[in-house]
Design a protein around this ligand. Structure first.
Ligand code: PMP
Length: 412
């Protein structure tokens, strides 16, 4: 289908018309944190509240039926989007964080025992570290980290060594780093774990929005991602769980909607996946998410990925030419997603982001919820520009111009 028509895409995003900082066009380069929403998503939420707001699954009246159908239609679209075998394997959560916690509290509590090992990596987001710390501390188990090299690639020999210990019960790895951009060798990681019968959780928060992801091909047991990083609303996450495991998992949260029958001292739980969706869910935003998936499907995830490789290559080349710059992560755009983290001399990333903001450029500065990685890189913080389907090379130029201005101000 060829390259993306970015100018046409931009027209679908009302916020991109905004001026900031006294009239500067908004250059939004903080997409790894959250993406902007196309009108179709905003309209879908507006339409739900305007025309068929109702609770789902219970009442028989027309509004409830319409709302239930729209909510469940999103589940069908997600299953198709990641190629799950069945909608029973798709659980709605609030975000990636809740999805990973669901696995830790449900599967983890039932399966992890004293002296077991859980393997993660040094590039993980806090949401794929802290739940495992809580679990291993509770169980007297141990957390092991696959290290990351200075080049931004995982040290696979360390992984092999952990697997050979015979004590590993779970591997939980990010598919793409939100700081380094590194795309991890997820197929190899999963294959190696499966040779030892170990299940794998994939943190897909940064991969599912940016490239084609097929859970059957990948063959992971669990995958987590967030709607808000892929044009969808905040407050909606997805947990995919392979059916064989999901059937054996105890419920995470007890309450309404996750039950079939409740008696004084016992409960029969609902069918999959409802057993894991206690309470009234975020109906409006799940419905909005369907419009985001439609939007991405229409473009095609292959083309989304191609656009990001193109713009990341361009950005990497240009940032690398800035004097005094350190870029973190793989220098080959094919091995990374659309994220460029860097530091310039000893300019503090927050000061840099403030100067960027003066130019209308929105980038992120800080530890990016990856303090284990910051310790490994021996920095307190980095600046990060991250791209999506509506970003242009002209915007990268504005960003580079602002970087040069910052260098002049700080006399680097
Ligand atoms: N994992 C990764 C790799 C992420 O980038 C993020 C979001 N920055 C998360 C997990 C957590 O996502 P959420 O805040 O939506 O739970």
């Amino acid at each position: 289908k060829g390259a993306l028509n970015v100018e046409k895409i931009r027209k679908d995003f009302p916020i991109l018309k905004r001026k900031v900082m006294g009239g500067k066009p908004l250059v939004y380069l903080d997409n790894a944190a959250t993406t902007q929403k196309p009108l179709a998503v905003i309209d879908a939420i507006h339409d739900y509240y305007t025309n068929y707001n109702s609770n789902i699954h219970r009442a028989v009246h027309q509004l409830a039926e319409e709302a239930t159908k729209a909510y469940e239609d999103t589940r069908v679209k997600i299953a198709k989007f990641i190629n799950a075998r069945s909608t029973d394997e798709i659980i709605f959560t609030r975000n990636t964080t809740e999805a990973i916690n669901l696995v830790a509290y449900s599967w983890g509590r039932a399966n992890i025992k004293k002296d077991d090992r859980i393997v993660i990596t040094e590039i993980e987001h806090h949401s794929n570290i802290v739940p495992w710390q809580i679990l291993t501390q509770e169980k007297g188990a141990k957390l092991e980290y696959i290290g990351v090299g200075d080049d931004g690639y995982l040290k696979m020999h360390e992984y092999k060594k952990y697997l050979d210990s015979g004590k590993v019960k779970l591997v939980s790895v990010s598919h793409m780093s939100n700081v380094l951009g590194t795309i991890t060798p997820i197929n190899e990681i999963i294959k190696m774990a499966h040779e030892k019968g170990i299940p794998v959780l994939v943190d897909g928060a940064q991969s599912v929005p940016h490239m084609p992801v097929d859970v059957q091909k990948m063959d992971c047991e669990f995958m987590a991602f967030s709607a808000h990083k892929m044009l969808g609303p905040t407050g909606v996450g997805v947990l995919y769980v392979k059916r064989e495991l999901l059937e054996k998992m105890p419920p995470f949260m007890g309450g309404g909607d996750m039950i079939k029958e409740v008696h004084k001292y016992e409960t029969r739980y609902n069918d999959l996946p409802y057993k894991f969706e206690g309470g009234t869910p975020n109906i409006a935003d799940v419905i909005g998410f369907a419009a985001a998936i439609d939007y991405l499907e229409k473009i095609g995830m292959d083309r989304v990925r191609e656009h990001e490789i193109d713009i990341t290559k361009y950005a990497l080349d240009r940032v690398a030419q800035v004097k005094g710059v350190t870029i973190y992560g793989p220098m080959n755009a094919i091995d990374r997603g659309g994220v460029v983290s860097f530091n310039i001399g000893d300019i503090h990333p927050h000061d840099l982001a403030t100067i960027m903001n003066d130019h209308g450029v929105a980038i992120r500065s800080g530890h990016h919820c990856a303090q284990v990685l910051m310790e490994r890189l021996d920095v307190a913080a980095t600046s990060r520009a991250s791209f999506y389907i509506y970003n242009t090379k002209e915007e990268v130029d504005v960003f580079i111009e602002a970087l040069s201005e910052a260098r002049r101000l700080f006399k680097i």
